[in-house]
Design a protein around this ligand. Sequence first.
Ligand code: BGC
Length: 438
Amino acid sequence: MKFPVTLGAALVAAMLATACGKKEEAAPVAATPAPAAAPAAAPQQTVEVLHYWTSGGEAKSAAELKAMLEAKGHLWKDFAVAGGGGENAMTVLKSRAVSGNPPTAAQVKGPAIQEWANEGMLTSIDSVARAEKWDELLPKVVADVMKSKGSYVAAPVNVHRVNWMWANPEVLKKAGVEGMPKTWDEFFVAADKIKKSGNVALAHGGQNWQDFTVFESVVLGVGGPQFYTDAFVKLDPAALTSPTMTKAFTTFRKLKGYTDAASTGRDWNMTTATVIQGKAGFQFMGDWAKGEFTAAGQKPGEGFLCAAAPGTANAYTFNVDSFIMFKLKDEAAQKAQGDLASAILSTEFQEVFNQNKGSIPVRLGHDMSKFDDCAQLSAKDFVATAQSGGLVPSIAHGMAVEPAKQGAIQDVVTQFWNDDKLSVADAQKRIAQAAAAK
Ligand code: BGC
């Protein structure tokens, strides 16, 4: 088999980054050791699925996927790689693929789907997509991402919104904060009150992808969706070096003063736990965080509050989880891939999976009546922002630009967060350079 050049290079780069001490949240854990090579007489219909859903709420969602596949008579082989945001999972996946032994399916999203397809490694799932009318079922913005050269090569599972702010109402009450802040100025007033009351104002896990998750919400709130698009989709150097970006970096730096000392390196779900436990007031995180609140038995409006991050009520950073299917020779495996693709988009699966995951169904017109208030707001805002132009792809979650550029920009954001001596002007220069690099 052909060894993909760019994937090979990416793997080496990823390994070098690790060897150079780039901080990772957890060592990759492959729950099921991979066989050295595809065995000739592999057990029929074994479906090995790579994913990174290992937190409490995520594991519940992954269990639904497993149950659904087993109900179709397949054998689930779990290939879970711990690490929020999926960076570890992608490194492990590349090494498996480069050695000619990819799993049946893998949780890959955004422009990375095209990269895998361009390597000739993905199989078309058009027959399922056509039979089940995916073009009519899916929002166009989602369908386009799932296709390579007009063919479906990935199946979408959900729509996550990234620009959320979560809060503990008891912590807010104790501090005398009324209502969720709507602007960054209001946020800092609220945060000062919480700090004074003895709690942590902002729960933040200091890992590169979490830093970037917060930063993109700040950029969206400060600059609005058109500015966000110019900066993070078009990578327009004028936007990246503009006074608006200066304001975004300044606001982002100010947030650090409201985080706790244990923030450095903390996983996102442990960070959400500090909000759940009433130690911290706010967290900026995508709605997979809601999966943690609900797994802890909390309800929106009671145990926790959700609102769009300050200044972003009319915008929506979308993040669509999806599974790519690898080209495999085994016919039973191919059938299993079709079954997986079909089941993922079924109404039943969309309903139960997304209620656990914190996301909303990816099918258009799904009945949201059994979903909670945050999910209903997300569904409403998804449709409204698609019409208004406020719907933008999340750069921190791999939806906006190719992975190499995303990583390079993310590195600058993280350096800026961690190094108070790095000036805003230099950080702006560096993100413009990272965005322009070939
Ligand atoms: C994924 C989510 C996942 C989160 C934390 C995001 O990039 O889209 O499915 O729950 O990272 O790992």
